[in-house]
Design a protein around this ligand. Structure first.
Ligand code: PLP
Length: 448
């Protein structure tokens, strides 16, 4: 389930403290570690079944190691792009596809997944759901506003259960349509609607696991007590997973939140004021987001887990486009966070410099992270920068930064000549509703 029936998001009732288990967890494989972490929040799932799901997800078929840490000059980089669509979103969405199929198999149900993507979510969600029994996926993207490669990664998937929709609008328009359809309870029930957007709690959960792997690794390599973690951020999903891991006792010294010019979150963590502005289009499109859906979860914990206070803030934001929280007594917004903005120029300069100095190629999102970590973090703990995509997904940016097409990947090369399928719809909730109903009623007699 994505949105709860009251329009809010799911949060855990309590956050377990696992600090006394971290040493024992060092010996575990990624699969075993994932079982331990996820079982804490999945009491309704038999342990043996969870183990099978995790093994099916992160075993041979995953495509590469899930979350290797590499050293790049003074930094540690957590490479999360070894999955089938070459972005960190595979880590959670491959798991989610298996999880949905498992649950539907148990209940005999069906699920229509509706998603909105600014790029990477779409292909990762489609890849997580393609060909799975009982699942159909409808993925909206803003027409002409995702990269050629990202578009082809989605529209070349011809499985019968995959429906790409190009909406004539922005990513925020797609998200608005999604929110609105998902809060229409009658439609939601009639269509067995589910979400794979980063609001799905299972994604946040699956993403926690790699922090429990990587942070202890960097501690061991450096002898440091605590590690700063820098996350290039859009919808606040990935960094929220790190925040939960920190709350569970993982020794993270600071979360460094990196935004591009769409800096609503960076402004929040420096001023305490969350206020929307217009969307900027940058070289890091997965971060071209003004309203970060997962921020609401953080805010809930921030206001003392008080749903009434949260409701007030969210309503104020919906009405005025802004909300504000009380700073800490010393004026800081939150001591756990440092935040900063990387511009297009910072992004290009960082890709270029990292390539020249260390022979390491960053994608534009990961480069924003590295640029911000270097600028805003001076406390001295070792820094783990999250690399969220493979650079071959963004050849124009790489070309501009290093002067040639230095990034390639066989999975990207293979897309070039494949046939595609995609419906174009106006920027209109009704059009999307009608399209979905027509597909669902044409092929699915349970859903009238
Ligand atoms: C989705 C995405 C991000 C942003 O992650 P959030 O969880 O939305 O903050 C950053 N980089 C890449 C490559 C992505 O695909």
């Amino acid at each position: 389930m994505g949105l709860a029936d009251d329009g809010g998001l799911m949060v855990p009732e309590s956050i377990p403290d696992v600090s006394d288990r971290l040493d024992a967890w060092r010996a575990l494989s990624y699969e075993d570690l994932a079982c331990e972490v996820m079982a804490l929040y999945a009491g309704d799932l038999p342990r043996e079944d969870l183990r099978k799901l995790v093994e099916r997800t992160y075993g041979e078929s995953y495509g590469g190691p899930v979350a290797p840490v590499v050293r790049v000059g003074p930094l540690y980089v957590l490479e999360l792009w070894h999955g089938p669509t070459l972005s960190f979103k595979d880590v959670a969405l491959q798991f989610l596809g298996n999880l949905f199929e498992y649950i539907l198999g148990r209940t005999g149900g069906r699920l229509n997944v509706l998603g909105a993507t600014s790029g990477d979510t779409g292909s990762a969600a489609i890849c997580g759901c393609r060909g799975r029994a009982g699942i159909r996926v409808f993925m909206m993207h803003p027409k002409g506003r995702v990269s050629q490669i990202q578009e082809r990664q989605m529209t070349t998937v011809l499985d019968e259960n995959v429906h790409n929709i190009a909406v004539e609008g922005s990513f925020d328009d797609c998200q608005r349509i999604l929110k609105s359809l998902a809060s229409d309870l009658e439609f939601k029930r009639a269509c067995s609607l589910g979400a794979v957007n980063s609001i799905n709690w299972a994604r946040i959960l699956a993403q926690m696991v790699y922090y429990f792997k990587a942070v202890p690794e960097v501690r061991e390599a450096t002898g440091a007590e605590r590690v700063a973690v820098c996350v290039p951020t859009g919808n606040f999903g990935n960094v929220l997973s790190a925040w939960y891991a920190m709350r569970m006792g993982l020794p993270i010294e600071r979360l460094i939140l990196a935004s591009n010019e769409n800096d609503i979150l960076a402004r929040f963590f420096t001023t305490g004021r969350y206020s929307r502005r217009r969307v900027h289009h940058t070289l890091s499109p997965a971060m071209d987001i003004q309203v970060a859906s997962n921020f609401e979860r953080y805010l809930y914990h921030r206001v003392g887990s008080d749903p009434v206070r949260l409701g007030e803030l969210m309503r104020s934001f919906a009405q005025t486009g802004a909300l504000e929280v009380q700073p800490e007594p010393d004026g800081a917004v939150d001591h756990n966070f440092a935040a900063g903005v990387g511009t297009v120029e910072d992004c290009l300069a960082t890709i270029g410099r990292c390539w020249r100095e260390h022979g390491y190629l960053l994608d534009p999102h990961s480069a924003i992270g590295v640029a911000v970590a270097e600028r805003v973090y001076k406390n001295g703990a070792p820094v783990l920068c999250v690399a969220t995509a493979h650079p071959a997904k963004f050849p124009e940016a790489v070309q501009r930064a290093v002067g040639r097409d230095a990034a390639c990947h066989p999975a990207i090369e293979a897309l070039r000549d494949l046939p595609t399928r995609c419906a174009t719809l106006p920027n209109d909730e009704e059009a999307v509703r009608r399209f979905m109903m027509s597909v669902v009623t044409a092929t699915d007699c349970e859903c009238r």
